[in-house]
Write a protein that binds this ligand. Structure first.
Ligand SMILES: CC(C)(COP(=O)(O)OP(=O)(O)OC[C@H]1O[C@@H](n2cnc3c(N)ncnc32)[C@H](O)[C@@H]1OP(=O)(O)O)[C@@H](O)C(=O)NCCC(=O)NCCS
Length: 138
């Protein structure tokens, strides 16, 4: 089941975020991620996939800048279509905020890189830290 998250889901969303084996949270970005999450919980939407009584994945856009802030699936639930089901909802939030395209960044050589390329995202550059910048027209 896909639904909008409530504040009660926040601990489990953090748990899923910390459970991933690629694109792990770097110590330097923890406080920025927390600040952005605070803003999104108050003003926008985390979309969550609930199964077996718990959140197993989520997608979330930042409608202030048109980015996909996160797409994370618990390792036990990868490869079952959760990512493909959740990502369009975050993209729709970006579109509804008035953007013609969404952007995101991800680590090179990861499953996520392959996932985005397969799903029609185009590389438009690299960040200083080597992360790939992807863009998709909405
Ligand atoms: C990258 C990530 C979001 C992909 O999510 P996912 O749910 O595993 O992806 P999907 O299942 O939707 O699609 C992946 C594969 O499953 C297949 N699939 C899709 N629907 C399916 C279904 N109903 N049943 C079985 N397989 C399915 C797809 O064809 C695809 O095949 P591939 O492995 O050959 O590419 C996930 O692996 C993840 O969270 N990774 C760690 C964190 C991360 O890197 N996030 C991105 C940060 S920017």
């Amino acid at each position: 089941m896909i639904r909008k998250a409530t504040l009660a889901d926040r601990p489990r969303i953090s748990e899923v975020r910390l459970a991933v084996r690629e694109n792990m949270l770097s110590p330097g970005s923890v406080s920025k991620v927390e600040t952005t999450s605070d803003w999104i919980f108050a003003n926008a939407t985390f979309w969550v996939w609930e199964e077996a009584g718990a959140v197993q994945g989520f997608s979330v856009a930042d409608p202030r800048d048109g980015t996909i802030f996160g797409l994370f699936i618990h390792p036990d639930y990868e490869g079952r279509g959760l990512g493909q089901a959740l990502l369009p909802l975050a993209c729709e939030d970006v579109r509804a905020a008035g953007f013609a395209a969404a952007t995101l960044t991800t680590g090179p050589g990861t499953r996520a890189e392959r996932f985005y390329r397969t799903n029609g995202w185009e590389e438009i550059g690299r960040q200083d830290n080597g992360e790939i910048i992807f863009r998709k027209t909405l």
